[in-house]
Design a protein. Structure first.
Length: 268
């Protein structure tokens, strides 16, 4: 599922992306075992369930920080009676049962301009971007550690997903994160590492390739389902060639959703 992080200062601690509920419990246990100051802050990189469901294990008393659009998405889910995490039932058995008992924690603090949280000798810099992965993303830079907590703005070894966001916006966000020159990047999914140099990072290569293929399909008069089918076929073709773009983890439908976002970007 998603990656989470615990950031400890001398006066307070922060939890970034408290995960699905099952893994949120493991995160809470790790927090308690690590000692240190109490959790005063929680940050959502965006509003997807696998990044937010465990928040009730920390808040209250912790305050929750997120984008305004992320709060709106969570409020809409509550008003529509959606069960948190139920969409993960296929790969995460029991998700719907767990989700029925989850209390959705709405953000207390809306972050639509850059902000910083001082934990005592550790500064957590909140950086809103987008639309990118969604229309309500932010990422975090931790000083003096030089660690970037990317949320789903960057993936490692996993196929990226752009549903309600923008492929071009996601490329811009990755560029912004790179410019911060972090020592280490923690992706939303996949192993910790570093974003590759421009032109080499697999996620960037994939997103640029999608924009190019979607543009060619539009030039050929394709749209919607036919465009997505063309892009899927071209992707599978290129996977057979040396130097292909590919990911260790690919999920059904991710390419089609992101190709649709690329089409929206181009037509806009």
């Amino acid at each position: 599922m998603a990656n989470s992080a615990i950031v400890r200062g001398t006066e307070a601690s922060l939890v970034f992306d408290p995960n699905c509920f099952r893994f949120g419990r493991a995160l809470r246990a790790a927090f308690e075992a690590g000692g240190g100051p109490p959790a005063r802050e929680v940050v959502y990189s965006h509003a997807h369930d696998d990044h937010t469901m465990g928040a009730e294990l920390f808040s209250p008393p912790a305050r929750v920080h997120a984008r305004r659009a992320a709060r709106h998405r969570l409020e809409r889910g509550v008003s529509e009676g959606l069960v948190p995490g139920s969409q993960y039932e296929v790969g995460y058995p029991g998700a719907a049962d767990e989700g029925r008992g989850v209390r959705v924690v709405l953000p207390d603090v809306l972050v639509d301009v850059p902000a910083s949280l001082d934990l005592g000798e550790v500064l957590v810099c909140l950086r809103p971007v987008g639309p990118a992965h969604t229309n309500g993303d932010l990422w975090v830079f931790v000083e003096p550690d030089g660690v970037a907590l990317c949320g789903d703005l960057w993936y490692a070894q996993c196929e990226p997903y752009v549903g309600s966001g923008s492929v071009r916006g996601l490329l811009e966000a990755i560029g912004q994160i790179r410019e911060a020159k972090a020592r280490v990047h923690v992706p939303g999914h996949g192993p910790v590492g570093r974003i590759g140099p421009p032109g080499t990072d697999p996620v960037e290569r994939y997103l640029r390739w999608l924009l190019e293929e979607a543009s060619r399909a539009i030039d050929d008069g394709l749209s919607g389902e036919r465009l997505r089918a063309r892009v899927r076929a071209r992707f599978e073709e290129q996977r057979q060639r040396p130097g292909a773009i590919d990911f260790l983890v690919r999920l059904p439908g991710f390419l089609e959703v992101t190709a649709a976002a690329a089409e929206r970007d181009i037509r806009a």
